[in-house]
Design a protein around this ligand. Structure first.
Ligand code: GLU
Length: 380
Protein backbone atom coordinates (compact mmCIF):
# COMPACT_ATOMS: atom_id res chain seq x y z
CA UNK A 1 0.00 0.00 0.00
CA UNK A 2 1.13 3.53 -0.75
CA UNK A 3 2.80 5.30 2.21
CA UNK A 4 2.65 8.99 3.09
CA UNK A 5 6.04 9.53 1.49
CA UNK A 6 8.49 12.39 1.74
CA UNK A 7 6.80 14.29 -1.11
CA UNK A 8 3.70 14.67 1.06
CA UNK A 9 5.69 15.70 4.11
CA UNK A 10 7.44 18.19 1.80
CA UNK A 11 4.02 19.48 0.76
CA UNK A 12 3.34 20.27 4.41
CA UNK A 13 6.74 21.85 4.85
CA UNK A 14 6.18 23.98 1.74
CA UNK A 15 2.57 24.87 2.52
CA UNK A 16 1.77 28.57 2.44
CA UNK A 17 -1.58 28.59 4.19
CA UNK A 18 -2.65 25.93 6.68
CA UNK A 19 -6.02 25.45 8.34
CA UNK A 20 -5.84 23.44 11.57
CA UNK A 21 -9.06 21.93 12.88
CA UNK A 22 -9.12 21.15 16.57
CA UNK A 23 -11.91 19.07 18.02
CA UNK A 24 -13.43 19.48 21.47
CA UNK A 25 -12.09 16.07 22.53
CA UNK A 26 -8.52 17.39 22.17
CA UNK A 27 -9.00 20.79 23.66
CA UNK A 28 -11.16 19.83 26.62
CA UNK A 29 -10.61 17.39 29.43
CA UNK A 30 -13.32 14.74 28.97
CA UNK A 31 -14.03 14.61 32.70
CA UNK A 32 -13.74 18.19 33.96
CA UNK A 33 -14.68 19.93 30.70
CA UNK A 34 -11.79 22.36 31.27
CA UNK A 35 -9.15 23.37 28.73
CA UNK A 36 -6.17 21.00 28.38
CA UNK A 37 -3.68 23.83 28.93
CA UNK A 38 -0.48 21.80 28.61
CA UNK A 39 -1.60 20.37 25.32
CA UNK A 40 -2.61 23.82 24.10
CA UNK A 41 0.86 25.22 24.89
CA UNK A 42 2.35 22.48 22.71
CA UNK A 43 0.00 23.31 19.88
CA UNK A 44 0.86 27.00 20.22
CA UNK A 45 4.57 26.14 19.89
CA UNK A 46 3.76 24.28 16.66
CA UNK A 47 1.74 27.23 15.34
CA UNK A 48 4.58 29.56 16.28
CA UNK A 49 6.98 27.40 14.26
CA UNK A 50 4.66 27.54 11.24
CA UNK A 51 4.28 31.32 11.52
CA UNK A 52 8.07 31.57 11.93
CA UNK A 53 8.52 30.13 8.46
CA UNK A 54 5.95 32.51 7.02
CA UNK A 55 3.00 30.12 6.88
CA UNK A 56 -0.46 31.66 7.30
CA UNK A 57 -2.39 29.77 9.97
CA UNK A 58 -6.13 29.58 10.51
CA UNK A 59 -7.47 27.69 13.53
CA UNK A 60 -10.93 26.15 13.38
CA UNK A 61 -11.75 25.16 16.92
CA UNK A 62 -14.68 23.44 18.56
CA UNK A 63 -15.19 23.59 22.28
CA UNK A 64 -17.65 26.42 22.87
CA UNK A 65 -20.52 24.10 23.72
CA UNK A 66 -18.36 21.86 25.92
CA UNK A 67 -16.88 24.82 27.81
CA UNK A 68 -20.24 26.46 28.27
CA UNK A 69 -21.76 23.22 29.43
CA UNK A 70 -19.22 22.94 32.24
CA UNK A 71 -19.68 26.59 33.18
CA UNK A 72 -23.45 26.38 33.23
CA UNK A 73 -23.37 23.11 35.16
CA UNK A 74 -25.43 21.23 32.59
CA UNK A 75 -25.02 17.50 33.05
CA UNK A 76 -26.65 14.58 31.29
CA UNK A 77 -26.01 13.15 27.85
CA UNK A 78 -28.28 14.99 25.46
CA UNK A 79 -28.58 18.76 25.28
CA UNK A 80 -31.52 20.35 23.51
CA UNK A 81 -30.72 22.74 20.66
CA UNK A 82 -31.55 25.71 22.88
CA UNK A 83 -29.23 24.38 25.58
CA UNK A 84 -26.43 23.93 23.02
CA UNK A 85 -26.98 27.50 21.85
CA UNK A 86 -26.88 28.75 25.43
CA UNK A 87 -23.73 26.72 26.16
CA UNK A 88 -22.03 28.10 23.05
CA UNK A 89 -22.84 31.63 24.21
CA UNK A 90 -21.35 30.90 27.63
CA UNK A 91 -18.28 29.10 26.27
CA UNK A 92 -17.21 30.92 23.12
CA UNK A 93 -15.42 33.84 24.78
CA UNK A 94 -13.44 31.47 26.97
CA UNK A 95 -12.61 29.34 23.92
CA UNK A 96 -11.12 32.25 21.99
CA UNK A 97 -9.39 33.56 25.09
CA UNK A 98 -7.64 30.23 25.61
CA UNK A 99 -5.96 30.57 22.20
CA UNK A 100 -5.14 34.20 22.91
CA UNK A 101 -3.55 33.14 26.23
CA UNK A 102 -1.12 30.75 24.58
CA UNK A 103 -0.43 32.60 21.32
CA UNK A 104 -0.19 36.17 22.53
CA UNK A 105 2.98 35.56 24.63
CA UNK A 106 4.57 34.22 21.42
CA UNK A 107 3.74 37.47 19.64
CA UNK A 108 0.65 36.37 17.69
CA UNK A 109 -2.66 38.16 17.50
CA UNK A 110 -5.72 35.91 17.50
CA UNK A 111 -8.94 37.03 15.85
CA UNK A 112 -12.28 35.45 16.69
CA UNK A 113 -14.25 34.67 13.52
CA UNK A 114 -17.71 33.16 13.94
CA UNK A 115 -19.54 31.79 10.92
CA UNK A 116 -22.93 30.38 10.10
CA UNK A 117 -23.72 28.07 7.22
CA UNK A 118 -25.05 30.82 4.89
CA UNK A 119 -21.69 32.60 5.25
CA UNK A 120 -20.13 29.90 3.15
CA UNK A 121 -23.08 28.84 0.99
CA UNK A 122 -24.27 32.27 -0.19
CA UNK A 123 -21.86 33.84 -2.71
CA UNK A 124 -22.26 37.41 -1.52
CA UNK A 125 -21.58 36.45 2.08
CA UNK A 126 -18.80 34.15 0.93
CA UNK A 127 -16.99 37.09 -0.65
CA UNK A 128 -17.42 39.14 2.53
CA UNK A 129 -16.10 36.35 4.72
CA UNK A 130 -13.17 35.79 2.41
CA UNK A 131 -12.23 39.45 2.45
CA UNK A 132 -12.19 39.43 6.24
CA UNK A 133 -10.11 36.26 6.48
CA UNK A 134 -7.66 37.41 3.83
CA UNK A 135 -7.29 40.81 5.48
CA UNK A 136 -6.61 39.18 8.85
CA UNK A 137 -4.01 36.89 7.30
CA UNK A 138 -2.38 39.78 5.44
CA UNK A 139 -2.11 41.57 8.79
CA UNK A 140 -0.38 38.53 10.29
CA UNK A 141 -3.23 37.54 12.63
CA UNK A 142 -4.31 33.98 13.43
CA UNK A 143 -8.08 33.71 12.90
CA UNK A 144 -9.80 31.41 15.39
CA UNK A 145 -12.94 30.22 13.63
CA UNK A 146 -15.95 28.44 15.03
CA UNK A 147 -19.55 28.03 14.03
CA UNK A 148 -21.73 30.75 15.52
CA UNK A 149 -23.67 28.09 17.39
CA UNK A 150 -25.70 30.58 19.39
CA UNK A 151 -27.64 31.64 16.31
CA UNK A 152 -27.36 28.43 14.28
CA UNK A 153 -30.42 26.24 14.34
CA UNK A 154 -30.52 22.65 13.16
CA UNK A 155 -31.59 23.44 9.59
CA UNK A 156 -28.80 25.97 9.08
CA UNK A 157 -25.96 24.31 10.97
CA UNK A 158 -22.78 22.67 9.85
CA UNK A 159 -23.05 20.85 13.18
CA UNK A 160 -19.51 19.56 12.97
CA UNK A 161 -16.42 21.63 12.49
CA UNK A 162 -14.81 19.23 9.99
CA UNK A 163 -16.97 20.56 7.15
CA UNK A 164 -16.73 24.11 8.44
CA UNK A 165 -12.93 23.77 8.38
CA UNK A 166 -13.07 22.54 4.78
CA UNK A 167 -15.20 25.51 3.75
CA UNK A 168 -12.80 27.86 5.54
CA UNK A 169 -9.85 26.22 3.74
CA UNK A 170 -11.64 26.73 0.43
CA UNK A 171 -12.59 30.29 1.32
CA UNK A 172 -9.07 31.41 2.16
CA UNK A 173 -7.32 29.39 -0.58
CA UNK A 174 -5.43 27.18 1.89
CA UNK A 175 -3.17 24.49 0.49
CA UNK A 176 -3.28 22.26 3.59
CA UNK A 177 -6.03 21.28 6.01
CA UNK A 178 -4.97 19.40 9.13
CA UNK A 179 -7.79 17.59 10.88
CA UNK A 180 -6.42 16.82 14.33
CA UNK A 181 -8.32 13.86 15.65
CA UNK A 182 -8.35 11.15 18.30
CA UNK A 183 -7.38 8.63 15.63
CA UNK A 184 -4.36 8.61 13.34
CA UNK A 185 -6.24 8.38 10.07
CA UNK A 186 -8.63 6.34 8.00
CA UNK A 187 -8.87 2.56 8.45
CA UNK A 188 -10.67 -0.07 6.40
CA UNK A 189 -12.88 -0.58 9.49
CA UNK A 190 -13.11 0.96 12.96
CA UNK A 191 -9.83 -0.16 14.61
CA UNK A 192 -11.41 0.11 18.07
CA UNK A 193 -13.82 -2.63 17.12
CA UNK A 194 -12.07 -4.63 14.43
CA UNK A 195 -8.53 -5.92 14.97
CA UNK A 196 -8.15 -6.61 11.25
CA UNK A 197 -8.70 -2.94 10.37
CA UNK A 198 -5.92 -1.68 8.10
CA UNK A 199 -4.65 1.90 8.11
CA UNK A 200 -4.80 3.76 4.76
CA UNK A 201 -1.97 6.31 4.50
CA UNK A 202 -2.83 7.94 1.16
CA UNK A 203 -6.20 8.45 -0.48
CA UNK A 204 -5.81 9.76 -4.02
CA UNK A 205 -9.52 9.49 -4.86
CA UNK A 206 -12.55 9.46 -2.60
CA UNK A 207 -14.30 6.40 -4.03
CA UNK A 208 -17.53 4.81 -2.77
CA UNK A 209 -15.32 2.22 -0.98
CA UNK A 210 -13.52 5.01 0.87
CA UNK A 211 -16.85 6.62 1.76
CA UNK A 212 -18.04 3.29 3.15
CA UNK A 213 -15.02 3.14 5.45
CA UNK A 214 -16.13 6.35 7.09
CA UNK A 215 -19.04 4.65 8.81
CA UNK A 216 -21.26 6.95 10.82
CA UNK A 217 -20.50 9.65 13.35
CA UNK A 218 -17.91 8.83 15.99
CA UNK A 219 -19.81 6.89 18.67
CA UNK A 220 -17.02 7.43 21.21
CA UNK A 221 -16.77 11.18 20.83
CA UNK A 222 -17.97 12.36 24.21
CA UNK A 223 -17.70 16.10 23.65
CA UNK A 224 -17.30 16.39 19.88
CA UNK A 225 -19.59 15.44 17.05
CA UNK A 226 -17.31 14.60 14.12
CA UNK A 227 -16.38 11.06 13.14
CA UNK A 228 -14.54 9.72 10.10
CA UNK A 229 -17.62 10.24 7.89
CA UNK A 230 -17.54 13.99 8.42
CA UNK A 231 -13.78 13.99 7.81
CA UNK A 232 -14.27 12.30 4.47
CA UNK A 233 -17.03 14.79 3.60
CA UNK A 234 -14.66 17.60 4.58
CA UNK A 235 -11.86 16.07 2.51
CA UNK A 236 -14.13 15.96 -0.54
CA UNK A 237 -14.78 19.70 -0.29
CA UNK A 238 -11.17 20.68 0.42
CA UNK A 239 -9.53 18.43 -2.15
CA UNK A 240 -11.83 19.80 -4.88
CA UNK A 241 -10.60 23.25 -3.82
CA UNK A 242 -6.97 22.20 -4.34
CA UNK A 243 -6.18 21.68 -0.65
CA UNK A 244 -4.49 18.53 0.73
CA UNK A 245 -6.20 17.11 3.80
CA UNK A 246 -4.41 15.23 6.56
CA UNK A 247 -6.11 13.32 9.34
CA UNK A 248 -3.74 12.62 12.20
CA UNK A 249 -3.67 12.19 15.96
CA UNK A 250 -3.96 15.42 17.80
CA UNK A 251 -3.65 14.01 21.30
CA UNK A 252 0.14 14.12 21.42
CA UNK A 253 2.29 16.90 22.85
CA UNK A 254 3.27 18.63 19.57
CA UNK A 255 0.85 17.22 16.97
CA UNK A 256 2.13 19.14 13.95
CA UNK A 257 5.80 18.48 14.71
CA UNK A 258 4.86 14.82 15.19
CA UNK A 259 3.25 14.81 11.75
CA UNK A 260 6.27 16.49 10.16
CA UNK A 261 8.58 13.89 11.63
CA UNK A 262 6.57 11.04 10.13
CA UNK A 263 3.66 10.60 12.56
CA UNK A 264 1.03 8.20 11.30
CA UNK A 265 -1.65 9.91 9.26
CA UNK A 266 -3.98 9.62 6.28
CA UNK A 267 -3.57 12.04 3.41
CA UNK A 268 -6.35 12.94 1.02
CA UNK A 269 -4.34 14.36 -1.85
CA UNK A 270 -5.38 17.30 -4.02
CA UNK A 271 -4.42 17.10 -7.67
CA UNK A 272 -4.57 20.79 -8.48
CA UNK A 273 -3.51 23.90 -6.58
CA UNK A 274 -6.09 26.18 -4.90
CA UNK A 275 -5.62 28.90 -7.54
CA UNK A 276 -6.40 26.58 -10.47
CA UNK A 277 -9.28 24.99 -8.56
CA UNK A 278 -10.87 28.37 -8.02
CA UNK A 279 -10.51 29.38 -11.68
CA UNK A 280 -12.05 26.09 -12.79
CA UNK A 281 -14.94 26.65 -10.42
CA UNK A 282 -15.59 30.16 -11.80
CA UNK A 283 -15.46 28.95 -15.41
CA UNK A 284 -17.61 25.93 -14.56
CA UNK A 285 -20.44 27.96 -13.03
CA UNK A 286 -23.46 27.15 -15.15
CA UNK A 287 -25.27 30.43 -15.00
CA UNK A 288 -23.67 33.76 -15.95
CA UNK A 289 -26.48 36.30 -15.49
CA UNK A 290 -24.55 39.37 -16.59
CA UNK A 291 -22.12 40.66 -19.21
CA UNK A 292 -19.55 43.39 -18.72
CA UNK A 293 -18.09 45.12 -21.74
CA UNK A 294 -14.62 46.55 -21.26
CA UNK A 295 -12.37 48.90 -23.24
CA UNK A 296 -9.04 47.98 -24.83
CA UNK A 297 -7.01 49.19 -21.86
CA UNK A 298 -8.96 47.06 -19.40
CA UNK A 299 -8.79 44.05 -21.75
CA UNK A 300 -5.01 44.42 -21.81
CA UNK A 301 -4.83 44.82 -18.02
CA UNK A 302 -6.87 41.64 -17.49
CA UNK A 303 -4.44 39.69 -19.65
CA UNK A 304 -1.59 40.72 -17.35
CA UNK A 305 -3.41 39.44 -14.27
CA UNK A 306 -4.85 42.75 -13.05
CA UNK A 307 -8.26 43.30 -11.48
CA UNK A 308 -11.11 44.81 -13.49
CA UNK A 309 -11.61 48.40 -12.35
CA UNK A 310 -14.83 50.31 -13.01
CA UNK A 311 -12.83 52.83 -15.09
CA UNK A 312 -12.36 50.27 -17.89
CA UNK A 313 -16.04 49.27 -18.11
CA UNK A 314 -18.04 50.59 -21.06
CA UNK A 315 -21.35 48.76 -20.67
CA UNK A 316 -23.14 46.40 -18.32
CA UNK A 317 -26.06 44.18 -19.21
CA UNK A 318 -28.16 41.68 -17.27
CA UNK A 319 -29.29 41.49 -13.68
CA UNK A 320 -26.88 40.09 -11.14
CA UNK A 321 -26.14 40.28 -7.45
CA UNK A 322 -22.81 40.64 -5.72
CA UNK A 323 -20.83 37.41 -6.03
CA UNK A 324 -22.55 36.20 -9.21
CA UNK A 325 -20.39 34.92 -12.05
CA UNK A 326 -20.49 37.22 -15.09
CA UNK A 327 -18.90 37.23 -18.56
CA UNK A 328 -16.38 39.87 -19.54
CA UNK A 329 -16.28 40.85 -23.20
CA UNK A 330 -13.61 42.92 -24.96
CA UNK A 331 -14.19 45.83 -27.40
CA UNK A 332 -13.97 43.43 -30.35
CA UNK A 333 -16.90 41.39 -28.98
CA UNK A 334 -14.76 38.44 -27.87
CA UNK A 335 -15.35 36.89 -24.46
CA UNK A 336 -12.18 37.43 -22.44
CA UNK A 337 -12.94 36.02 -19.00
CA UNK A 338 -15.46 35.02 -16.39
CA UNK A 339 -15.44 36.60 -12.97
CA UNK A 340 -17.34 37.06 -9.74
CA UNK A 341 -18.56 40.61 -9.33
CA UNK A 342 -18.02 42.60 -6.16
CA UNK A 343 -21.06 44.81 -6.91
CA UNK A 344 -24.60 44.01 -8.00
CA UNK A 345 -25.75 45.05 -11.48
CA UNK A 346 -27.50 48.21 -10.35
CA UNK A 347 -24.48 49.57 -8.51
CA UNK A 348 -22.07 48.29 -11.17
CA UNK A 349 -23.97 50.35 -13.76
CA UNK A 350 -23.68 53.43 -11.57
CA UNK A 351 -19.91 53.16 -11.19
CA UNK A 352 -19.13 51.96 -14.74
CA UNK A 353 -16.47 54.18 -16.30
CA UNK A 354 -15.65 55.86 -12.99
CA UNK A 355 -12.41 56.14 -11.09
CA UNK A 356 -12.31 53.78 -8.09
CA UNK A 357 -11.80 56.67 -5.66
CA UNK A 358 -15.27 57.99 -6.63
CA UNK A 359 -17.09 54.78 -5.64
CA UNK A 360 -17.91 55.82 -2.08
CA UNK A 361 -19.19 59.24 -3.11
CA UNK A 362 -21.45 57.60 -5.70
CA UNK A 363 -22.74 54.55 -3.85
CA UNK A 364 -22.27 55.57 -0.24
CA UNK A 365 -20.13 52.47 0.38
CA UNK A 366 -17.26 50.59 -1.19
CA UNK A 367 -16.86 46.86 -1.71
CA UNK A 368 -13.30 47.44 -2.92
CA UNK A 369 -11.61 49.35 -5.73
CA UNK A 370 -12.22 46.60 -8.27
CA UNK A 371 -15.48 45.63 -9.92
CA UNK A 372 -13.96 42.17 -10.17
CA UNK A 373 -10.86 41.36 -8.13
CA UNK A 374 -8.03 39.51 -9.89
CA UNK A 375 -8.57 36.53 -7.51
CA UNK A 376 -12.10 36.24 -8.86
CA UNK A 377 -11.22 36.32 -12.55
CA UNK A 378 -10.72 33.33 -14.81
CA UNK A 379 -9.24 34.28 -18.18
CA UNK A 380 -10.33 32.25 -21.17
N1 GLU B 1 -19.12 24.29 17.16
C1 GLU B 1 -19.21 23.33 18.24
C2 GLU B 1 -18.53 23.87 19.49
O1 GLU B 1 -17.81 24.82 19.47
C3 GLU B 1 -18.60 22.01 17.95
C4 GLU B 1 -18.91 21.32 16.68
C5 GLU B 1 -18.09 20.04 16.56
O2 GLU B 1 -18.13 19.22 17.46
O3 GLU B 1 -17.36 19.85 15.58
O4 GLU B 1 -18.70 23.33 20.55
Amino acid sequence: MKQADTSLINALQNAKRVVIKIGSALLLDGITGHINRDWLYGLAADIDALRGRGVDVVIVSSGAIGLGRARLGLRGDELSLEQKQACAAAGQAQLTQSYEDVLSPLGHVTAQTLMTLPDTEDRRRWLNGRRTLKTLLALGAVPVVNENDTVSTDEIRYGDNDRLAARVAQMCGADMLLLLSDIDGLYTADPRRDKFAVHIPVIDAITPQIEAMGGSENPDAGVGTGGMATKIAAARIAVAAGCHVVVTRGDVARPISALETGGRSSWFTAHIDPFTARKQWIVGSLNHPGTILVDAGAAQALKTGKSLLPAGVTEISGQFTKGDPVSIVGPDGHKLAYGLTAYDSEDAKRIAGMKSQDIIATLGYSAGAALIHADDLALL
